[in-house]
Ligand binder design. Structure first.
Ligand code: HEC
Length: 113
């Protein structure tokens, strides 16, 4: 290969590396956004055992149908369980395990859109 071509190739490689360098800073923020979405959905997924996937109740499970509540209604119920204002068998204990921020996230994922 003539020397001229080798020099051209090296130049092109450096230009490509330069573009990579420009592209990289945006990569971590993309990763954070995706991880955030996964985290939000997995927080809400813990409710599926009893309330069904995406808050669609399994027929005859005897569980309350939470999918009919919008996010605001769901959040206020969850906060009432957490504070003790609302009695229950399971939910008061469960709700106490989450921060208000996490309950807000869960209600926003599962609440009726
Ligand atoms: C182990 C089963 C179980 C799990 C897990 C569970 N729930 Fe419940 N949920 C219940 C039961 C049972 C009730 C009825 C109240 C009680 O006895 O605690 C209820 C009631 C509710 C209500 C009130 C419904 C209404 O119409 O008043 C909401 C809202 C709710 N759950 C949301 C959630 C959310 C959000 C999660 C996930 C963080 C969750 N639940 C996880 C069993 C569960």
């Amino acid at each position: 290969m003539p020397l001229f071509h080798v020099q051209q190739l090296i130049k092109i490689s450096f230009i490509c590396l330069g573009f990579l360098g420009l592209a990289l800073p945006s990569a971590p923020s993309f990763a954070q956004t995706s991880a955030g979405n996964i985290n939000n959905r997995s927080l809400a997924a813990t409710c599926a055992n009893c309330h069904g996937t995406d808050a669609v109740t399994v027929p005859n499970s005897g569980m309350p149908e939470i999918g009919r509540l919008n996010s605001e209604e769901m959040l206020s119920k969850l906060k009432a369980y957490k504070s003790g204002a609302q009695q229950g068998t399971i939910m008061p204990q469960l709700a106490k395990g989450y921060t208000d921020e996490q309950l807000t996230t869960i209600a926003s994922v599962l609440g009726k859109k």
